[in-house]
Design a protein around this ligand. Structure first.
Ligand code: UT7
Length: 327
C-alpha cells in the first residue's frame, strides 16, 4: 500500500514590529471601526528594513525542524511558496538552504500567490509518496509590506508579513495527507496584481508613477470569486477524502477576510469552534497565512491525533487549492 505523507513538525515566524489599526488611522483616511468590521483585522506584523523574506522563512523552518526532531542536514528538499521573494534570483528556497546549512536539499520557489503553501505541500506530498523516507520543508513566506502602496487605503490595511513551515515525511500509520486539489483561472488575472518588477514592463518613471510596483486589487470582484472558489474546493476535497461536513474537525482557510470565513462557516454548516481564525492578529499574509495558522493551531493544542483537517486557499492568478489530512 502507498504510504501517506504527513506533517511531522510545524513552525512560524512573524516580525516583532506590530502595526495596529489605530496606527493606520494616523497614516491614512481610515478607521479602526471600518477595518475591523469589513475585514476582521485588528493588527498586523511588519518587517524591519533589514528583515527579509528568507530570514522569516528560515526561522519558521528551524522551528518546524526542531518540532519534528530533524537535522537540517537530513532535509532532502525545500519548497517555498511566495510572491515576494528577496530577489528574482536566487530563489528564497536557496537562501533558506544556506541559512539552515541544509546542504543536501534541493530548493525551489513556487509562484502561486496565496495558494503558494498548499501548492508546495501538494508537491511535497507527491515526492514523499514516491519515497516515504524523504524529508521536505514546505514553506509559505511573504514580506508584502514592501509591495504595498501605503497611500492606498483599499490595500494597505490588509496585507502583512510572516512565514510558516511544515516538515513533510512518510507516515507510519493512517495519519497524513488524504486529498490535494489545485486550481487556477488566468482569465481574470488582472483583478489582483503586482504588474511591475517582472520583465513585462521596464522599471522607469512611468511604472513608478502608475504604482505598478505595488499590489492592486479589485476587492469586491476578488471577494465574489474567493467565496465561490473556496466553497467549491472545500466540497471537492472533502468528497475526494470521502468526508461529510460532519467528519471535519477543523477548517483552516486562507485568512483574507473575516466575512469570507463567516460565509464558509455558514455554507459548510460548521460550528464556529471548527473554523480557525487568527486574521485579527496577522492580517492577510498571503502564502504564509495557512502555515502560520496551522502552526498556531498545532502549538495551541487544537489538533488532536486522528482529527480531520481541511486547508483551503485562494489568491491572485487566480489560484485556489485544498488539502485534507488526518492529524
Ligand atoms: O488574499 C487574496 C484574496 N483576497 C481577498 O479575498 C480579498 C477580497 N476582498 C475583500 O476582502 C474586500 O473586498 C475588501 C476588504 C478589500 C474591501 O471591502 P468591501 O466591503 O468590498 O469594500 P469596498 O471596496 O466595496 O469599499 C466600500 C467603501 C468604499 O467607499 P464608497 O465608495 O462606498 O464611498 C471605499 O472607498 O469603503 C471605502 N474604503 C475604506 N474606508 C475606510 C475602502 N477601504 C477603506 C479603508 N478605510 N481602509
Amino acid at each position: 500500500m502507498i504510504k501517506r505523507s504527513k506533517i511531522a513538525g510545524t513552525g512560524s515566524c512573524v516580525p516583532v514590529k506590530v502595526l495596529t489599526n489605530k496606527d493606520l488611522e494616523s497614516m491614512i483616511d481610515t478607521s479602526d471601526e471600518w477595518i475591523t468590521t469589513r475585514t476582521g483585522i485588528r493588527q498586523r506584523h511588519i518587517a524591519e528594513p533589514d528583515e527579509n523574506n528568507s530570514d522569516l522563512a528560515a526561522e519558521a523552518a528551524r522551528r518546524a525542524l526542531s518540532m519534528a526532531g530533524v537535522d537540517a542536514a537530513d532535509v532532502d528538499l525545500i519548497i517555498v511558496g511566495t510572491l515576494t521573494p528577496d530577489m528574482p534570483m536566487p530563489s528564497v528556497a536557496c537562501l533558506v538552504q544556506k541559512a539552515l546549512g541544509a546542504w543536501n536539499a534541493g530548493a525551489f520557489d513556487v509562484s502561486a500567490t496565496c495558494s503558494g503553501f498548499l501548492y508546495s505541500l501538494s508537491i511535497a506530498d507527491k515526492f514523499v509518496k514516491e519515497n516515504p523516507a524523504m524529508k521536505i520543508l514546505a514553506i509559505g513566506s511573504e514580506v508584502l509590506s514592501r509591495r504595498t502602496n501605503w497611500q492606498d487605503r483599499t490595500t494597505c490595511v490588509l496585507f502583512a508579513d510572516g512565514a510558516g513551515a511544515a516538515l513533510v515525511t512518510g507516515s507510519d500509520d493512517q495519519s497524513g495527507l488524504i486529498s490535494t486539489c489545485l486550481h487556477a483561472d488566468g482569465k481574470v488575472w488582472d483583478l489582483l496584481t503586482i504588474r511591475g518588477l517582472g520583465t513585462a514592463y521596464p522599471v522607469d518613471q512611468d511604472l513608478l508613477s502608475k504604482g505598478w510596483q505595488y499590489i492592486e486589487m479589485k476587492g469586491r470582484d476578488v471577494f465574489k470569486h474567493a467565496v465561490k472558489a473556496l466553497e467549491s474546493v472545500a466540497n471537492e476535497c472533502m468528497e475526494r477524502a470521502g468526508w461529510n461536513n460532519d467528519d471535519l474537525d477543523l477548517l483552516i482557510a486562507h485568512q483574507a477576510n473575516i466575512r469570507i470565513l463567516d460565509f464558509l462557516r455558514e455554507r459548510l454548516n460548521l460550528p464556529s469552534e471548527k473554523v480557525f481564525i487568527n486574521i485579527d492578529k496577522y492580517g492577510n499574509t498571503s502564502a504564509a497565512s495557512i502555515p502560520i495558522a496551522l502552526d498556531e493551531a498545532n502549538r495551541g493544542g487544537r489538533l488532536k491525533k486522528g482529527d480531520n483537517i481541511l486547508l483551503i486557499s485562494f489568491g491572485g492568478g487566480f489560484t485556489w487549492a485544498g488539502v485534507t489530512m488526518r492529524w
